[in-house]
Design a protein around this ligand. Structure first.
Ligand SMILES: C[C@H](OP(=O)(O)O)C(=O)O
Ligand SMILES: [Mg+2]
Length: 320
């Protein structure tokens, strides 16, 4: 793997010009890069427009499985980001469905048990699967040992777990029945491994990975991670867009998901990686990490090629 030991800080015009020269395709993480909750990060719209005018291609890759591609499309439009189509958007609820279809070959019309928000249910339905559990209001009830959802439905073929703000004991207990069922053999897909995400008002909030890891712990079994930094996910995005990895830059705010995703790749050949400091990674944390990357689980695979304070600064830097 070829990653730079010391990331280059993009703060002068010639740095930004060199990036434009080197990369044709940009994979953008969303939470902490494009937006914070419902607010677009300052300058991001101008940077995206500038890149587009310069012939650059985009894909948006988010580990947040709460919204479907259709809902993200509406979010991009409500934030005034033009020119985004459904084909540009890769949330992990969609990655989960792709894994069911391609890797696991689960037949269409199968029932899939969901612990997560409506994004997963909507993507499953669009692909021809039948989601069960999920946002079903009967799961909002207080725990009762005779609740109908504590008896497994024999038609369920797999379990998908992702981000949810409706995490309660009924949902945990019913999901556990499926994860333990058939000697723990039905596929367990986790939409992401993020512990937290940057929410509104500077709040750090629990992300989907905390839900997935809760279920992993209680069921005592591993999950298939379909989100960043999954190499399968990266390969699918590069292939779908026809992106040459050597001319593709991953832009993200989290070292163990986005930056590792950009740096890794099939046979160890990654894309470039650009870390922004508007989300989950503070300058202090980055500094501490760079002092001794090998003290961290994923070590040098999390060292970004480049760092910029904010994606929104890019256009100002290049026009300075
Ligand atoms: C943090 C993550 O979203 P992303 O940063 O990948 O858009 C998530 O919300 O779990
Ligand atoms: Mg992020």
């Amino acid at each position: 793997m070829t990653v730079k030991k010391n990331p280059l800080l993009i703060h002068r015009r010639e740095h930004a010009e060199a990036l434009l020269e080197k990369y044709d395709n940009f994979l953008f993480d969303c939470d902490g890069v494009i937006w914070l909750d419902e607010k677009i990060i300052e300058g991001v719209k101008d940077t995206l427009e500038f890149l587009k005018k310069n012939g650059k291609k985009f894909a948006f890759v988010t580990n947040n499985s709460s919204k479907s591609r259709q809902e993200y499309l509406a979010k991009f439009s409500s934030l005034g980001i033009q020119g985004v189509t459904k084909d540009h958007i890769f949330p992990t609820c969609y990655a989960a469905v792709q894994a069911l279809e391609s890797d696991l070959q689960v037949p269409k019309k199968s029932k899939i048990w969901v612990l997560g928000d409506s994004g997963i249910e909507d993507e499953l339905e669009e692909a021809g699967y039948i989601p069960v559990g999920g946002t079903d209001a009967r799961l909002n009830q207080a725990f009762r040992a005779d609740h109908e959802f504590l008896t497994v439905d024999p038609e369920v073929q797999a379990v998908v777990v992702g981000s949810t703000k409706e995490f309660n004991y009924m949902r945990i207990a019913s999901t556990l029945q499926y994860l333990l069922w058939k000697n723990k053999t039905i596929p367990f897909i986790g939409c992401n491994i993020d512990r937290s995400y940057p929410g509104p008002n500077g709040l750090i909030l629990p992300a989907g990975g905390s839900v997935v890891n809760y279920m992993q712990y209680t069921a005592d079994r591993d999950f298939i991670n379909v989100g960043k930094p999954s190499k399968v996910f990266l390969e699918a995005i590069l292939a779908k867009n026809g992106f040459d990895r050597s001319r593709t830059l991953m832009v993200g705010d989290t070292l163990y998901t986005d930056i590792k995703f950009g740096n890794d790749g099939q046979l160890g050949e990654g894309c470039g990686s650009l870390l922004v400091l508007t989300g989950g990674t503070t300058p202090e944390y980055l500094h501490q990490f760079l002092q001794n990357p090998n003290h961290y689980d994923e070590g040098e695979s999390m060292i970004p090629s480049y760092v910029i304070r904010s994606l929104g600064d890019f256009v100002d830097i290049i026009q300075s």
